[in-house]
Design a protein around this ligand. Structure first.
Ligand code: CMC
Length: 444
């Protein structure tokens, strides 16, 4: 293997650089080190290939910053998450989802007037084009609502393609608002379709979270009143999922958008990525796992399986690529979970008891301590959502609904970023070198 050596310098006010020396040829390249406002510095390797004819190799992007971003910052070692500089626990406690959406889209918390205008705009975009209704009936009744979301959100691109000029700032913002506004309607209708109930239209007198719960659980036959404890809990869940910097689904949206594709289609790509159990699908997988464990007495056995290298089983809702400490969203989620169960008068919920026992055992276990595996946001969300009446299959849909603002804000930031180019990773080719074609008759 050829040898290279990386030298990082930056003493006495000189601009910091990293020099990579190829020991086989003696050639070197010096690259600038760039500092952000928080977090690790980055080595700017953009000239690396041009000067050395070498790529970097980083499957899973564990050491690669793919863009500059001013939206969200995570310090995984201390368990900190900031949006526009504000910590997630403070936002969840003092703010509301509409404010957080505004913060992500515009970079600042809104004034009273700005907030009123924004809420009005979102409220008045919540209805779906009536023709979209017919898309639902194309799905089987037992279709997973995430599959319906991918399809219906993708279909939005057909409705707004000509009116979405992504080079126009105003049209970018209209598309962003449309998506945030329509997602609760799309999500609730996916559920209504699956249980054969009539679709409930959005109600402009209601707040965002309240309206979603109303479209989910009301029927035309009787009055349905959303309790403020539940709409507040729903709103908090939305805040906790709003954005999470360059995770897999967000990177998918950015990559899809980097070709200047239709933003509605890009969000559909993000939804598809989120669906996987290693990402947003984990909340559904947590509940499945808790049901499978069944009883506190079986926890040890499952923890043992999670530690076994030869067993593919993992503790769902544990571990995170960036957090090597308690996920701050999980702390808020845990507390919200207790508030919702108390309000609903659900005492001794067996799944919650089981979750707490599992959390305790795992947090004290050497394997989980050593690998810094802590509960993540998905660990408690399923229990709250189940208690509120959501079926397991809707958990990831709710994640997608809430993450839409993060996706579209990141998409907007990318489109507006003058240094951003079409995403085009390279590869380390390990296949056959060039060889001559062998005619069929000669292939033995
Ligand atoms: N249970 C048991 N062992 C685990 C777990 C787990 N949940 N998570 C990671 N490990 C082990 C893993 O086996 C590996 O061990 P070793 O170093 O001996 O090979 C080590 O910890 C590092 O794991 P990794 O898979 O290399 O880490 P990653 O950063 O690639 O994966 C993760 C992060 C979230 C995909 C992973 O922790 C996981 O699969 N967790 C369960 C699924 C889950 O809860 N996902 C939700 C993530 S938070 C919400 C979101 O972002 O969508």
């Amino acid at each position: 293997m050829a040898e290279t050596q990386l030298d990082v310098k930056g003493a006495q006010g000189a601009p910091a650089t990293a020099t990579l020396v190829d020991n086989t040829t003696g050639k070197s390249v010096t690259m600038p080190i760039i500092e952000g406002s928080e977090g690790p510095k980055v080595i700017d390797i953009r000239k690396l290939y041009g000067e050395t004819k070498m790529f970097t190799f980083d499957p899973g992007f564990t050491s690669t910053a793919s863009c500059e971003s001013g939206l969200t910052f995570i310090d995984g070692d201390v368990g900190m998450l900031l949006h526009g500089g504000y910590s997630i626990d403070e936002l969840a406690d003092k703010s509301d989802f509409m404010e957080v959406c505004y913060l992500l889209l515009y970079g600042e918390l809104p004034t009273r007037t700005q907030k009123a205008d924004f809420v009005h705009a979102i409220t008045y975009h919540s209805m779906l084009q009536e023709q979209l209704r017919s898309f639902y009936s194309g799905f089987r009744r037992d279709a997973h609502p995430m599959a319906i979301m991918v399809g219906v959100v993708g279909a939005l691109s057909a409705f707004y393609h000509d009116s979405t000029d992504i080079r126009d700032e105003h049209q970018r913002m209209v598309a962003s608002r449309r998506l945030i506004a329509k997602m609760p309607t799309i999500a609730a209708w996916a559920y209504k379709y699956s249980i054969g109930q009539p679709f409930i239209y959005p109600n402009n007198k209601m707040g965002y979270a309240e309206n979603f719960l109303h479209m989910m659980f009301a029927t035309p036959c009787e009055d349905y009143v959303v309790h403020p404890v539940l709409s507040r809990a729903m709103d908090k869940i939305f805040i906790l999922h709003a954005d999470h910097e360059q995770n897999a689904s967000t990177s998918t949206v950015r990559l899809a958008g980097s070709s200047h594709a239709n933003p509605f289609a890009c969000i559909a790509a993000g939804i598809a990525c989120l669906w996987g159990p290693a990402h947003g699908g984990a909340n559904e997988a947590v509940l499945k796992m808790l049901e499978e464990i069944g009883d506190v007495s079986h926890v040890d056995q499952y923890v043992k399986r999670a530690k076994d290298k030869d067993d593919p089983f993992r503790l769902m809702g544990f571990g995170h690529r960036v957090y090597k400490n308690y996920d701050p969203r999980a702390t808020v989620m845990r507390q919200t979970c207790h508030e919702v169960l108390d309000h609903l008068g659900i005492k001794d919920e067996p799944l919650l008891k089981l979750a707490m026992a599992l959390e305790k055992i795992a947090l004290e276990d050497e394997y989980f301590i050593e690998k810094k595996l802590y509960p993540n946001v998905d660990f408690y969300s399923g229990i709250i959502l189940r208690a509120m009446g959501f079926p397991n299959t809707m958990f990831t849909v709710i994640f997608a609904l809430a993450r839409t603002v993060g996706w579209i804000s990141q998409w907007k930031e990318m489109i507006e970023d003058p240094i951003q180019k079409i995403g085009r990773p390279r590869q380390l080719y390990v296949g056959e070198p060039r060889r001559g074609y062998v005619p069929l008759d000669d292939r033995g």
